[in-house]
Design a protein around this ligand. Structure first.
Ligand SMILES: [Mg+2]
Length: 249
């Protein structure tokens, strides 16, 4: 019977230092039946498949197979390669993609990302202004003045994702926990950037890798929480530290 849930971001958290990732796998593999594993990433499904294949090509070892994949910053959930239709239905409520796209067309400093990065529940942009935070709050004010409910994610100092109100990593974890009847299990979330912030908001255990992005570190500095560990290690070594720190392994 699984005794805990491990949720990790991929880029610059689980992946980034192959030696550390392999070491973590080594520690986790003998206990694989003791935990649920979710990957939660900004990448879409094809891009995750590519990343996993590339890791195996480089290291001759596969990554652990997750029980669920939360992809595209929480706008899609996959079990094996199958999307969860219940999640899509859940996030689609009150979502007005066309209206948001129309309103933000020609917004100063917003550059749409490639078509590959867009999906029916996600509008993705690059931000090309010096005053990132001001621009992000101006966008938020504009959308809310027009009663367009949505969630705004700012990551890596220059990427902006606009998704349905409940479509983010944190909400996807809570939804899956409920579907699987595992809300009672201790949960550890691991991340490095702004699109991971929603994972730390529910009362989970959390670890922030030492190599985290400034927007996540800045968010953390405003929290007072002894359930979130700011690791003294980078990448996957931080995950291993947290598994021991919170006595899950
Ligand atoms: Mg990341």
């Amino acid at each position: 019977m699984p005794q805990f849930l491990l949720v990790t971001d991929l880029d610059n958290t689980l992946i980034g230092d192959n030696e550390a990732t392999l070491n973590l796998i080594e520690h986790l593999l003998p206990h694989r039946d003791r935990f649920y594993l979710f990957y939660a990433t900004g990448r879409n499904f094809d891009s995750v498949a590519h990343l996993l294949g590339f890791f195996q090509l480089l290291t001759h070892r596969p990554l652990l197979t997750p029980d669920y994949l939360i992809a595209s910053v929480g706008t899609a959930i996959y079990h094996r390669s199958y999307p969860e239709p219940g999640w899509t239905k859940y996030i689609d409520r009150d979502w007005q993609r066309d209206k948001i796209a129309h309103l933000l067309h020609n917004f100063p400093g917003l550059i749409p990302q490639s078509d590959r990065e867009q999906n029916p529940w996600k509008l993705s942009f690059y931000l090309s202004t010096k005053d990132d935070t001001i621009t992000v709050s101006k966008i938020g004010e504009l959308l809310s003045a027009n009663q367009l409910a949505c969630h705004i994610t700012f990551s890596h100092r220059n990427t902006l994702d606009i998704t349905p109100l409940h479509a983010h990593k944190g909400s996807a974890i809570l939804w899956l926990q409920q579907q699987l009847g595992i809300s009672h299990l201790p949960t550890l979330v691991c991340g490095d950037s702004g699109n991971d912030i929603t994972m730390y908001q529910p009362p989970f255990y959390g670890v922030i890798v030492r190599n985290a992005q400034p927007e996540l570190l800045q968010w953390y500095s405003q929290q007072q929480s002894d359930r979130i560990l700011l690791s003294q290690y980078d990448y996957a070594a931080a995950i291993l530290e947290a598994l021991h720190y919170f006595a899950l392994l």
